[in-house]
Design a protein around this ligand. Structure first.
Ligand SMILES: C[S@@+](CC[C@H](N)C(=O)[O-])C[C@H]1O[C@@H](n2cnc3c(N)ncnc32)[C@H](O)[C@@H]1O
Length: 380
């Protein structure tokens, strides 16, 4: 199984050319074999095939916009058909030599990079073109939409879990979510890809979708039981979210300066919280004004950040979770734990400095909140 070797760092980033290790391709075929009766009767197609790592059966079809990758693929799998083109324009079965009657399974690992952050050096502009109907700032979402246009029977691909669990992404899946249903899946870590292992890991879903007239709504996703490669299972709906109680975004228009007691960095998902600041001394355009009655909840977010090492990678793109009733019972512990850290917030600390009892309360709180998902650093 070949690792990508021919591209510079910049082109690797631009094309999202992180090729898939064979143990993960195995997962795709395991899902196909388990769920698709007579799967060998289908045409297997990868519209972003790289060296063709996913094309394991004769008569499969591969396409890529990278000429050199297609050259290597042709040598490796001479019983498959290959096309060198941009798969996100003029989408049609004819592009792949497929007829309307062919039953098709899409496989692969489409690039998932944000097109607005593409490092433009040396990239031909026609390679960055995307049909208007499937345009999205994330190329991976455009690829999912392109599969729907090909009216395929099944889609078994890797993509960030955030496409499903972040509501804004889910909504942008438009015709894809209305016509396909997730029928089986496995969650893996982005750390499985060597080239990306230095960055913060995020969850990737190896997902099998079936053509379905009813499709999926967001409620379906929230109640879907996701299983990880290490035999954990979770449901998004099992957790309450901090953003049900506080605003995550700048609220300058809704709250006056006089009514705020502190400033907090914009909150996004757990991986973002890991990288960003929490309380800041001075207000900036993107900070949140914290009203007194919500201070303890922002202290909660600040303490949550400290406990992120106990949160598994598969919650990396989830919102900060909270068990509100348990939090309320030890609210003062959170206030003391957080406010004691910041000299500019000490004035708000009416309860005295943080105690050992507070730390114990908070440790137990996070163990209970995460339950079987709690990552015990001592056990690793
Ligand atoms: C993550 S790699 C996957 C390669 C291969 N399927 C594998 O997993 O080993 C993504 C591939 O998408 C290709 N690609 C990016 N944009 C494309 C486009 N618009 N049309 C066709 N291929 C594209 C890249 O050249 C790269 O080979």
């Amino acid at each position: 199984m070949a690792e990508q070797k021919h591209l510079s760092y910049v082109d690797t980033v631009n094309f999202g050319s992180y090729y898939t290790p064979s143990c993960i391709v195995d997962m795709v075929y395991a899902l196909i074999q388990k769920n698709i009766p007579k799967w060998a009767d289908f045409r297997i197609v990868d519209t972003s095939c790289g060296y063709g790592n996913f094309l394991r059966v004769p008569n499969s079809v591969g396409a890529d916009c990278d000429e050199k990758a297609i050259e290597v693929a042709r040598k490796q799998a001479n019983n498959c058909q290959f096309y060198c083109h941009n798969s996100l324009v003029d989408i049609d079965r004819k592009q792949y030599g497929l007829s309307e009657n062919d039953r098709v399974i899409i496989v692969g690992n489409p690039p998932y990079n944000d097109v607005t952050s593409i490092i433009r050096n040396g990239i031909k502009s026609e390679m960055c073109m995307v049909d208007r109907e499937i345009k999205h700032r994330d190329m991976g979402i455009s690829f999912l939409l392109s599969y729907e246009k090909l009216k395929v029977d099944y889609i078994c691909v890797l993509h960030p879990l955030s496409y499903l669990i972040k509501k804004a992404n889910f909504v942008s899946l438009c015709a894809f979510k209305d016509n396909y249903k997730l029928i089986d899946s496995v969650i893996i870590s982005s750390g499985e890809f060597q080239a990306t292992s230095k960055t913060t890991h995020f969850p990737i879903i190896v997902a099998l979708y079936k053509h379905d007239k009813i499709g999926m709504d967001y409620n379906f996703i929230q109640n879907y039981v996701f299983k990880t490669a290490n035999n954990k299972a979770f449901k998004i709906a099992s957790f309450d979210k901090l953003c049900n109680y506080v605003t995550k975004y700048p609220n300058h228009k809704c709250l006056s300066l006089d009514d705020s007691v502190a400033f907090f960095w914009t909150m996004r998902d757990i991986n973002a919280l890991k990288r960003t600041k929490t309380f800041i001394e001075r207000e900036i355009y993107s900070s949140i004004r914290v009203p007194k009655e919500k201070l303890s909840l922002y202290c909660y977010a600040d303490v949550f950040k400290e406990y992120i090492p106990h949160v598994p990678y598969y919650f990396g793109n989830s919102d900060v979770m909270i068990d509100f009733d348990s939090f309320k019972r030890i609210e003062k512990s959170f206030l003391r734990k957080s406010l004691s850290k910041y000299s500019f917030l000490k004035g708000l600390l009416q309860e005295g400095e943080v105690t050992e009892g507070d730390i114990l309360n908070i440790n137990i709180y996070f163990q209970n909140l995460l339950g079987e998902h709690y990552v015990d650093k001592r056990a690793e």
